[in-house]
Design a protein around this ligand. Structure first.
Ligand code: GLN
Length: 183
């Protein structure tokens, strides 16, 4: 198994470390030539969604990535990655997203909450995070909520979290993603 990690900006190195801990090979996507390598899935990391989107367009990666996701390539988007998969950008996932949803006062915080199919006590680190106002399709399954807001969801082979599982020690969210890759 070989997972592409979008490495234009943001917290991509932590995702690679997590996958290496799980014995999974990764490569970084920085330009179109990288994207042409064989891959079993893609991670879009946290960071700044507007910056990443701009770079995706400038590098000619936006449409190729969108096309492959729509064709069934498994993808995992965290935080800014969640925003990128929403109708605001790549528009592959039917989620209505609120950017910087927790305001300045509560820019970053930690929570523990249940995630469907994983367990009751999943650690969640939020950094200027979005949340999902609502899912816009019955195909989109809510996996977790914190304070009544949707913070994890799945639609087919697309998984998104508003939090950063790569910054905690718990590997279960990455394992959930990998299970969609091997399914
Ligand atoms: N606030 C960022 C955005 O809107 C997301 C923050 C993050 O990825 N940690 O893109």
């Amino acid at each position: 198994m070989r997972i592409a990690v979008l490495a234009l900006q943001g917290a991509f190195a932590e995702h690679e470390q997590m996958l290496h801990r799980l014995g999974v090979d990764t490569f970084e996507v920085r330009q179109f030539a990288d994207w042409q390598q064989p891959k079993d899935g893609l991670i879009i990391p946290g960071g700044e969604s507007t910056t990443q989107s701009k770079l995706l367009h400038e590098l000619g990666l936006f449409e190729p990535i969108r096309k492959d996701i729509l064709a069934g390539l498994p993808v995992f988007g965290t935080c800014a990655g969640l925003i990128l998969l929403s109708p605001m950008h790549l528009d592959t996932m039917a989620i209505d997203v609120q950017r910087n949803a927790y305001g300045r006062q509560l820019g970053s915080f930690h929570a523990t909450a249940p995630v469907a199919g994983i367990g009751d006590d999943v650690p969640m680190t939020f950094i200027r995070a979005p949340y999902i106002n609502q899912v816009l399709s019955p195909e989109c399954e809510v996996l977790a909520q914190v304070d009544g807001h949707i913070v994890a969801a799945r639609q087919g082979r697309q998984l998104v979290t508003a939090f950063h599982p790569e910054l905690d020690d718990d590997t279960r969210i990455h394992e959930l993603f990998l299970s969609t890759v091997t399914a």
